[in-house]
Design a binder for this molecule. Sequence first.
Ligand code: ATP
Ligand code: MG
Length: 421
Amino acid sequence: MRYSQLFGKTNKTAPHDADSTNARLLTQAGFINQLMAGVYTYLPLGLRVLKKIHNIVRDEMNKLGASEIYMPALHPKDVYDKTQRWDKIDVLFKLEGHGEKQYALGSTHEEIVTPLVQQYVHSYKDLPLSVYQIQDKFRNEQRAKSGLLRGREFSMKDLYSFHLTEEDFLDFYEKSKQAYLNVFKRCGLDALIVEASGGVFSKFSHEFQVPTQYGEDLIYHCECGFAQNREIAEVKDGDACPSCKIGKVIETKSIEVGNIFPLKTRFTDAFGFKVQGPDRKMHDVLMGCYGIGPSRVMGSIIEIHNDDRGMIWPKSVAPFDVHIVSLSNKDAMIKEKIENTAESFMRDLELQGVEVLWDDRDASAGEKFADADLIGIPLRLVVSEKSLAEDSVEWKERHEENARLVKLTNLVEEVTITVLP
Ligand code: ATP
Ligand code: MG
């Protein structure tokens, strides 16, 4: 794709109210555009990243055996009356329709998914079952802040599982932990599994926390894997680890990128959802819910992977695989040769399935390099008079300091091997 044709360009000045690295860099690089506090448009570059994160999440959820659905974001009040949460969910956006009918915008979907699944599950033979969706959630957060980290409209993957026995639930719950770790790893984040309060439904839940000084949460963890959120922690910084007894507990700020909860029968009871067991008696249905915030993941990736020049995308979620930069030239013939080389190179790579952004603008080398660093695509290839004199392009990976010349022959193959999984 030609950069000149891309909607949403870089801008030199940072947004005046950007309170975090991700808000500043993503806005400056033309990935997102703020409509109001906590609400963003995803421009083409940002949308490409978000979709890649979605697809990683989708892949891991499908591997868990869950089915993807898409539920409404507009909810009637009566389902919240059944669970008595209309006035309990403090972040719920409420609105009024014709005839004074009350609605809410979905902040989570237990009230929708439970009666939905109930319509299709009649006997123990229909269980276990899990469904998920990837959708925007709406939360009237006290304070929207830190760019994509805390929005009022944000992307969430929410999965719900239904089980006949506690044992079966726990088995799925453990498998979901591994799936979550896979998601974050594939997105370039090292997440820790942290014990947290279960809220109103059960004694515990598990959060997936990415340690960084820019996080809002505070966790206590040990190398052995022990980790607790401040809200339930029985330890402090420097304490001997209560789990392995060898290591020391470290206090770290972190970002919650995922959270999984046992819901027991909190919602199935509210909707009178029971199933017939093999003994022909009616049995409780146990539930779990599992959330990931793909937009918060996107913001977190940038809080972790950046330098003073801009963003450094992990390959798996980069908006493009390769950034071709063709340099302008005073000599019209040389200029044409440079552009032809860049363009045919782009076409050849695209035929191999490589995603290419070509900076074809008539801008200075300095401006193009600064933009390439800001945008942060993993591999930059510069075509210039100098490189063509060597039948080469200049090859530079975003996370490395040095560039090297690579011959045009075999270049497509070399790029393909480097960027494709
Ligand atoms: P927090 O404690 O940060 O307010 P939460 O515990 O209320 O979040 P959950 O209900 O567990 O959030 O939502 C599941 C996931 O959705 C979170 O782990 C997070 O990744 C994401 N998420 C929650 N709230 C927001 C938000 N306001 N903006 C962006 N992502 C969010
Ligand atoms: Mg949470």
